[in-house]
Ligand binder design. Structure first.
Ligand SMILES: [Zn+2]
Length: 234
């Protein structure tokens, strides 16, 4: 039913074809959404992916709509490193982003985005880190909401073909037990550290044997139940 080919067909007799990378709108979207760590080849792939959206849909989207569709397409593609802080707000909670070279890199990148949200809302949030057994690359899901004093990883979608490697969560703001915001001295949750329950989750291996937490003082911590090491990552 769809007559539009994904293949670029040379336009004989028309205007010369626009060379790859020449459309400034598409370049702007790539610059915004693709990580500076991406290779030139990956940037070219991203450009083709963005260009393909309007070609496929036969629509000239607003810049905003195109950027949103490109964010979802990059997330679905899973081969091009993205700017997490730009892509994460444009895709649904629980969307997997990547690739990353390590679990720590994946979790750190996402917590850089999710921790300020957790503190601002004074609610925990979190997600899962995944490993692709076929290429050894890591992926991390965009944050889903938790409560004042907990986050349930079982709500996080688990894409087929990816193994759960770890979970991450944010400890919200310093609070009294009733949820009233306070300062570090008045905090009744020991929010800058893992809770005993957090460590039990890793030791049980329910979501991998590694757990990450982001905290009100801006620290990112990792607890690895494999060696009982509790370390600060930033
Ligand atoms: Zn916790």
């Amino acid at each position: 039913m769809n007559p539009i080919s994904e293949r670029i067909v040379p336009d004989i007799g028309g205007l010369p074809p626009v060379a790859r990378g020449d459309n400034p709108r598409y370049n702007d979207v790539v610059d915004k959404l693709v990580s500076p760590d991406a290779t030139q080849e990956q940037r070219d792939q991203a450009y083709d992916l963005v260009a393909g959206i309007e070609k496929r849909d036969q629509v000239c989207y607003t810049d905003e709509a195109l950027t949103e569709k490109a964010a979802q397409a990059l997330a679905d593609d899973r081969t091009i490193p993205v700017n997490v802080s730009e892509v994460a707000p444009l895709v649904p909670p629980g969307t997997v982003l990547g690739p990353f070279a390590s679990s720590d890199a994946a979790a750190t990148a996402m917590m850089g985005y999710s921790n300020p949200l957790s503190i601002a809302a004074n609610r925990e949030n979190g997600g899962l880190v995944f490993r692709d057994p076929n290429n050894g690359q890591f992926y991390v899901s965009t944050p889903m909401p938790g409560t004042l004093d907990g986050f349930d990883p079982s709500q996080v979608p688990q894409p087929a073909g990816l193994d759960v490697f770890a979970c991450y969560h944010g400890h919200a703001d310093y609070s009294k037990a009733d949820g009233t915001r306070t300062d570090a001295a008045g905090d009744e949750f020991d929010s800058n550290n893992f809770s005993p329950q957090d460590k039990r989750v890793a030791e049980g291996g329910y979501w991998g044997d590694v757990i990450y937490v982001s905290t009100p003082n801006g620290s990112f911590r990792k607890y690895d139940a494999g060696n009982n090491q509790d370390t600060r990552l930033n």
